[in-house]
Write a protein that binds this ligand. Structure first.
Ligand code: GRG
Length: 308
């Protein structure tokens, strides 16, 4: 365990975590074989590296690192847990971009993986990242106590899986009418699952790594939920008002698909007001940590005001 550093410039901290995460992911995606592995096929590794390295804000690893820092958790352990989470995020983007899902050509300002390669390679690269995430999160370096690693692994599975991101994606497709008539959409619940769950995991991961009290865990859980919803509303607003060049992907996609979003439900002004309310809720949740919550407070603002 090391002690937390006082919050410095937010952007610098975000950049540093992005840089450290990039270096760590490059190592994890190297060609070197691990025990029990037989071969790492070049086409698969190149595809996984293409979609994981060299882009992205690394917001989810940042949430793990900063929530863990509240409890003085060693940065190396938090970065490793953050890298596992980022692998799941990158897999979800690869699969979401496929023709059978959102059929997107552009991601992080570059051709999507299936455009650059082919659908089969993109499916397998996503599968590879999903399984790699669970290899990483169970490693000894994450925490000396196997019980902590077990709790983290289970939480990650539940946030990423049927009752979280994957389930949310299914509800989203059903709401678009992919499987017959459009199914009614509860936007808040759908987004809590589809995008909120991974962001929330980033926040509770710190509490789990730091073996926090129940009250502290609850505070980070509340904060993570508010941040997740604010993130999604910002995303919906960017799809309407954002700049495709800054975003690195097409805008206007929600409207083209006739999607129910926070913006269609609340209107632009209502959505912006909801973001302000969520920021207040995030601040309130963090109040228990005093100044140790300052970086996460800034993170909520960053998420709400982001341009990409
Ligand atoms: C295919 C199982 C499966 C799930 C897909 C999360 C998701 C579910 C799809 C992503 C679709 C999407 C673009 C949702 C909007 C919110 C979102 C996750 C945006 C991208 O996240 P950022 O802004 O991206 O953190 P970077 O590139 O910075 O990592």
């Amino acid at each position: 365990m090391t002690t937390t550093t006082p919050p410095q410039d937010f952007a610098k901290r975000l950049d540093q975590t992005a840089e450290d995460t990039e270096a760590l992911l490059a190592k994890l995606l190297a060609d070197t074989l691990l025990a029990d592995e037989i071969a790492r096929p070049k086409r698969l590794m190149d595809a996984m590296r293409y979609s994981t390295l060299g882009g992205g804000k690394r917001l989810r690893p940042f949430l793990v690192v900063e929530s863990a820092a509240i409890f003085g958790v060693a940065r190396e352990a938090a970065l490793l847990a953050g890298a596992a989470l980022e692998c799941i995020h990158c897999y979800s983007l690869i699969h979401d971009d496929l023709p059978a899902m959102d059929n997107s050509d552009l991601r992080r300002g570059r051709p999507t993986l299936h455009k650059k390669t082919d659908d089969a390679t993109a499916i397998l690269a996503g599968d590879g990242l999903l399984t790699l995430a669970f290899d990483i999160i169970t490693r000894d370096e994450i925490h000396q106590d196997p019980a902590v690693r077990l709790l983290l692994t289970r939480a990650l599975a539940r946030c990423a899986g049927i009752g979280g991101m994957v389930g949310g994606q299914m509800l989203d497709l059903a709401g678009e009418g992919r499987f017959g008539d459009r199914e009614p959409v509860d936007v808040a619940r759908l987004q809590q699952m589809k995008t909120g769950a991974l962001l929330r995991f980033g926040c509770i991961a710190g509490a789990l790594l730091g073996q926090s009290s129940q009250k502290e865990y609850q505070a980070l859980d509340d904060y993570g939920r508010a941040l997740g919803e604010a993130f999604q509303i910002a995303d919906d607003l960017l799809d309407v008002e954002g700049d495709a060049a800054a975003l690195g992907k097409q805008t206007g996609q929600d409207a083209a698909l006739g999607k129910t979003t926070f913006v269609t439900q609340l209107g632009i002004d209502g959505a912006k007001q909801r973001v302000r309310d969520l920021l207040a809720r995030a601040d309130q949740a963090l109040s228990i940590f005093g100044p140790r919550g300052d970086v996460l407070r800034a993170a909520a603002r960053f998420v709400a005001e982001r341009k990409n």
